[in-house]
Write a protein that binds this ligand. Structure first.
Ligand SMILES: Cc1cc2nc3c(=O)[nH]c(=O)nc-3n(C[C@H](O)[C@H](O)[C@H](O)COP(=O)(O)OP(=O)(O)OC[C@H]3O[C@@H](n4cnc5c(N)ncnc54)[C@H](O)[C@@H]3O)c2cc1C
Length: 151
């Protein structure tokens, strides 16, 4: 891959060729006058749970709900509108990231002890009930407090 040769010096170890560092973090402020960050630009979501794309799209939906009415006035968008988007979305992002950290900690503990990760017995029985399975699947598919487009 000759076009990658200018980056070769960044590889210090062979593990660098296969391992991707994954972050779970978020900015304290997602906006500045004239600028709004959403999705991973505002809050990095790790692959755990497969929720990152959902969160980025839901941020866009929430942003559209707040920005469209403000843009229709032809006035400059003020900071309160941008702040309202972060206020609406941040609790969801915090909840999803906290779940990711919890799952990663469980996985790390299982790796240390060599024990397989398995849900508690009562959860295994509960998840055999179709209505509960559907509810759990729905909750993972839509995440907490999913916004609806209101245009
Ligand atoms: C290894 C890995 C696996 C993952 N697996 C899943 C999964 O299975 N399911 C899931 O839901 N989430 C997954 N995620 C998380 C998910 O990828 C992100 O949360 C999601 O892609 C964030 O979307 P985004 O649009 O905010 O950012 P991105 O998808 O990163 O989009 C940003 C875009 O901006 C472009 N860009 C950057 N700089 C510039 C520039 N200067 N000019 C123009 N364009 C620019 C980039 O090329 C990119 O296309 C995974 C993440 C990782 C790291």
């Amino acid at each position: 891959m000759p076009w990658l040769s200018d980056r070769l010096h960044l590889l210090a170890d062979f593990a660098d060729t296969t391992l991707l560092s994954i972050d779970i973090s978020r900015l304290t402020l997602w906006h500045q006058p004239g600028l709004l960050l959403i999705g991973d630009a505002a809050h990095v979501i790790s692959p755990v749970g497969g929720n990152g794309i959902l969160m980025a799209i839901q941020d866009a939906v929430a942003a559209a709900n707040h920005l469209a009415p403000a843009l229709r006035t032809s006035q400059p968008i003020n900071d309160e509108v941008l702040a309202a988007i972060q206020t609406e979305r941040e609790p969801t992002i915090r909840a999803v990231q906290a779940d990711q950290v919890r799952i990663e900690q469980q996985a790390a503990a299982a790796r240390e002890t060599g024990r397989a990760i398995s849900p508690p017995t009562f959860l295994r029985y509960l998840s055999k009930i179709p209505a509960i399975r559907r509810r759990a699947a729905r909750s993972n598919a839509y995440g907490p407090r999913p916004p609806r487009l209101q245009l």
